[in-house]
Design a protein around this ligand. Structure first.
Ligand SMILES: Nc1ncnc2c1ncn2[C@@H]1O[C@H](COP(=O)(O)OP(=O)(O)OP(=O)(O)O)[C@@H](O)[C@H]1O
Ligand SMILES: [Mg+2]
Length: 369
């Protein structure tokens, strides 16, 4: 009896172990395949992932929900990828439009400067041309003298009759009386030096203008902000020199990584604006200095100043108080964009009737522009 009991309880135990192993295998296998599905999703391999579980019924439901979740995830991801692509394209378009805008504004300011630049070129061209005409006259005098000297040399070589050499000598003497040879010689050198200087001035103006006009000509590089100030002053010199006293207090600045042609564009606009604001005669004071890893530049004028209600609108695109054809109102908006792209700030302050100041701060280690 005891033995029968022992055998039957062992059999029951074995049977229950057998069934529990079967049941747990049936339960664990689908759970493991679900876990694998989740892992695949987490590492991004989910595109054609489907889980097929038939039993038990609860896990089957779970796997169905998993599959529908995977399908909606796939759809959502595709939608996100499409909108991401659209966004990237819109961003590229925006960057190219902004570049075109910066370039158009630059072209517009060249238009504004054109009359002045033409004058700047005309001046040296006029005196170089006058000098060259005078040089032609001087050279013909020396050519005559040279001819007489050659004749004299021939007379001496041929041991010619004294009379002939005397005639030539007399001619030279009378030429010496008519023409002031030492003066001609000195003046010729002076005229040539002046003309070389004038030609170099023209060359520099054309070079400055060509550099400035080139669209996005330079990649960002190490450059000095004071150079941009000097370049802009040269480009605008004709707008400024008749009515503005330029006071420069440029500190010793380190080179910074920047798009120097765009920074020049900012200063061209600030100087032209200042010159426009000065009605008869005034000062433009330009200062630059470095302080705790930032470069500071201020451009102050003694012009008309800016009314309080306009101060907030200055950097808005198309805000202008100038007549049609005189200004588009884009100068400061573009300047703001340029400075912001360099990781800096530009602000204006003004006392109406007394003048205005524009303050720029640029980080020494700027953005990746
Ligand atoms: N230094 C200044 N003094 C007085 N007003 C100024 C000064 N700078 C700018 N402004 C005012 O701000 C306005 C906008 O300047 P902004 O440079 O953006 O455009 P604009 O000079 O009118 O035209 P643009 O620069 O496109 O040729 C000017 O029309 C002017 O009214
Ligand atoms: Mg302007």
């Amino acid at each position: 009896m005891y033995q029968i009991l022992l055998v039957s309880s062992i059999s029951i135990l074995l049977l229950s172990v057998f069934f529990s192993v079967i049941t747990s295998r049936n339960l664990i296998r689908p759970l493991l395949s679900l876990e694998d599905g989740i892992k695949q999703i987490s590492i991004g391999n989910w595109e054609n992932l489907k889980i097929n579980v038939r039993d038990p019924i609860e896990i089957q439901f779970l796997s169905k929900s998993f599959n529908s979740m995977q399908e909606s995830l796939r759809k959502k991801t595709l939608e996100h990828e499409a909108s991401n692509f659209e966004l990237k394209k819109a961003n590229t378009d925006l960057i190219s439009t902004q570049r075109q805008l910066v370039h158009s504004e630059k072209m517009a300011s060249i238009g504004q400067l054109a009359a002045g630049v033409a004058h700047e070129i005309n001046n040296p061209t006029a005196f170089v041309s006058t000098n060259l005409h005078t040089m032609v006259e001087y050279l013909s005098v020396y050519k005559n003298l040279f001819q007489q000297m050659e004749e004299l040399i021939t007379c001496i070589e041929n041991k010619d009759v004294e009379e002939k050499s005397l005639t030539v000598i007399n001619k030279i003497e009378s030429m010496k009386e008519e023409e002031n040879f030492p003066f001609i010689l000195d003046d010729a050198f002076q005229l040539l030096e002046e003309s070389i200087d004038g030609a170099n001035r023209i060359k520099k103006i054309v070079l400055d203008l060509r550099n400035f006009a080139r669209p996005e000509s330079h990649d960002a590089r190490l450059a000095n902000i004071n150079t941009a100030i000097e370049d802009a002053l040269r480009l605008t010199s004709n707008e400024l020199k008749y009515k503005c006293e330029i006071v420069k207090e440029l500190g010793n600045l380190p080179d910074i990584f920047c798009r120097i042609d765009q920074i020049t564009q900012v200063f061209v606009n600030l100087f032209v604006n200042a010159a426009h604001a000065i009605k008869e005669h005034g000062n433009i004071t330009i200062k630059s200095w470095i302080e705790t890893d930032s470069i500071f530049i201020s451009v102050c004028d003694t012009g008309t100043g800016i009314d309080k209600e306009n101060l907030d609108k200055l950097f808005d695109p198309f805000f202008t108080t100038k007549d049609v054809g005189e200004g588009t109102g884009l100068g400061l908006a573009i300047s703001y964009g340029i400075i912001e792209k360099h990781g800096g700030t530009i602000k204006a302050e003004s006392t109406p009737g007394k003048g205005s100041c524009f303050h720029i701060i640029l980080p020494q280690k700027g953005n990746s522009i």
